[in-house]
Write a protein that binds this ligand. Sequence first.
Ligand code: 13P
Length: 256
Amino acid sequence: MNMNKRIPVIAANWKMYKTKDEALAFIFQVNELVPARSKVESIICAPSILLNLLVKREGENIRIGAQNMHYMDEGAFTGENSPLQVKTAGAEYVLIGHSERRSYFNETDETVNKKLHAAIKHEITPILCIGEQLDERESGRTKAVLDHQLEIAFKDIHPADAAKVIIAYEPVWAIGTGKTATPEMANDTIKDVREKVKALYGAEVSEAVRILYGGSVKTDNIRSLLAQSDIDGALIGGASLDPNNFLEFTKAALEF
Ligand code: 13P
């Protein structure tokens, strides 16, 4: 991890897990034990219906994020949440373009771009998710796929705003499968992502932007991932549902 300027990020993606009681038990357990915010950004991305409940109980060093939002401020979009509503709930981050949204809910690079604009407009920190499918990796198209996702996602985003975006590289074949990219493979791909950000915005932005790895991150592989030069943190699904694991991830981020 390059600790020169970039603060590491540990983000839990709870996906569609946890009841109210489970969410409360989790936050009460981790609130006082996560590292100082100045050292690690510890984020819980929770289902929308639990956001305000968590925000009301969040300790000084925990931050809450949504897992998705619409790009319109309001409208007849049954079942969706607007950026204003995410903000009203008190969430400070939002996942955008998670691969499950792309594959099950028809999100495209174009809607991802609109959501990125909306997040920036409403001062919600976006965690932009990108990643290649298994066949794309195997046929040597990973770089082209990620470059394309980044080009469209960042279309017409101002450089000063681009630097604030957190990028999560999540190879689709590694999500929920127990197959992690090797730390070297993840780092090489993340270096390519940083190169693309440099091509789009220049060296200053590419050095400032945090790039996370996601996909079957566990307590036994987090350290080898964070030890890499360009991996600034992790976006964690299944393993982050256990508060003890979440605490271990945040503490691991202090070690590099
Ligand atoms: P897993 O950690 O369960 O593989 O999920 C990764 C993910 O999708 C995080 O957004």
